[in-house]
Design a protein around this ligand. Structure first.
Ligand code: KG4
Ligand code: ZN
Length: 340
């Protein structure tokens, strides 16, 4: 029986200060998330300066709680994993600095983890039997990627957004309708009362790139619709608008992912990232996969949102490969998927 590998993981790339203890990659002993959403709601979006200050305040208590609830001490740990990009530089730096100091003080190896690799890895926690290769749709506030997960932490990028990320589109449209921040969950909820076929919004194709996405035209179409209604003195049905916008996003994501799965003959499709919490997207991908005998994987919403358990999982597979970061590890705000 090989020795258990217990990893303390830290995530602070945006507005969640998170720490987790993960054993052997997929067993989550603790998963502590301190969300700053309420604070940023006051400003209608994440204020980077406030985010890093809040991370500084929360990082020590959050890590302590993760160790305490996992029932482990620093002596039981085998490594420290930390998100070092992409994300907000001032936010990332708090987690990276803390992880370096902790690893150095306790004499533990340090493993820098890519945030999106973490999102994909959330699927391994949810589905203990899932192994690469599989196709994966990564949809978060900053990313919209269709990838082949060739191996643990090894990705082949098939398509991505050429402008706004899916989550960004949700957030911007929610702000325009007056639903506030964060937009995704609010549109999801509002859309349940509306008719998704009430308004026909464009589903953009990117010329010459069948698997790329573009959401800025859709966002403009929603803004135009609102402006026209205002000029004409017409009342806007927010629920219909939310439902129709959401359908346009969900349809494009589903169509492209399924086209790719079909073309490559993939039997498994996973979804990952904050937008993978969206109830309409989950239902649409599930229905499309069922219709084509493809196995669909999606983490529980708590694992879709930013968390450290997913970083602990991704970090474990990097650790097994022998990846080690030294104390020169720095935050890389625009770190590309597959780069180190
Ligand atoms: O992965 P995540 O927590 O952070 C990033 O890495 O960006 O994703 C956050 C994004 C936000 O844009 C948020 O509005 C969106 O995910 N989101 C949703 C839902 N829950 C979160 N979008 C649509 N429907 C949801 N239920
Ligand atoms: Zn994220």
């Amino acid at each position: 029986m090989p020795k258990d590998i217990t990893i303390l993981a830290i995530e602070s790339s945006c507005d969640e200060t998170a720490a987790a203890v993960v054993r052997n990659g997929r067993e989550v002993l603790s998963n502590v998330i301190s969300s700053q959403i309420a604070l940023h709601t006051l400003y209608g979006g994440v204020v980077p300066e406030i985010a890093s200050r809040k991370h500084t305040e929360k990082i020590t208590p959050v890590v302590s709680e993760a160790l305490r609830t996992a029932g482990v001490s620093a002596d039981d740990l085998d490594a420290v994993a930390v998100t070092y990009g992409p994300g907000l530089v001032g936010a990332l730096l708090v987690g990276v600095s803390f992880a370096k100091a902790f690893a150095f003080a306790k004499g533990l190896p340090l493993v820098g983890v890519h945030h999106i690799e973490g999102h994909v890895a959330a699927n391994y926690i949810q589905y203990p039997e899932l192994e690469p290769p599989f196709a994966c749709l990564v949809v978060s506030g900053g990313h919209t990627h269709l990838v082949e997960t060739v191996d643990y932490g090894v990705f082949n990028i098939i398509g991505k957004t050429v402008d706004d990320a899916a989550g960004e589109a949700f957030d911007k449209v929610a702000r325009a309708i007056g639903l506030g921040y964060p937009g995704g969950p609010k549109i999801d909820r509002k859309a349940r009362e509306g008719d998704p076929d009430a308004i026909l919004f464009p589903k953009a194709h990117v010329e010459g790139s069948p698997y790329d996405f573009s959401f800025s035209g859709l966002k403009s179409a929603v803004l135009n619709y609102l402006n026209h209604a205002k000029m004409a003195g017409q009342e806007v049905n927010d629920a219909d608008l939310a439902a129709s916008f959401q359908k346009a996003v969900v349809d494009v994501l589903t169509e492209r992912a399924m086209e790719f799965v079909r073309e490559k003959g993939y039997q498994k499709l996973a979804a990952a990232g904050g937008v993978a919490s969206n109830s309409a997207l989950r239902a649409s991908l599930q229905a499309a996969c069922s219709a084509e005998n493809v196995e669909f994987y999606v983490p529980a919403p708590i694992l879709c949102t930013d968390n450290a358990a997913m970083i602990g999982c991704a970090g474990y597979y990097e650790y097994l490969k022998g990846v080690r970061s030294d104390l020169s590890l720095n935050a890389v705000p625009n770190l590309k998927l597959g780069e180190r």
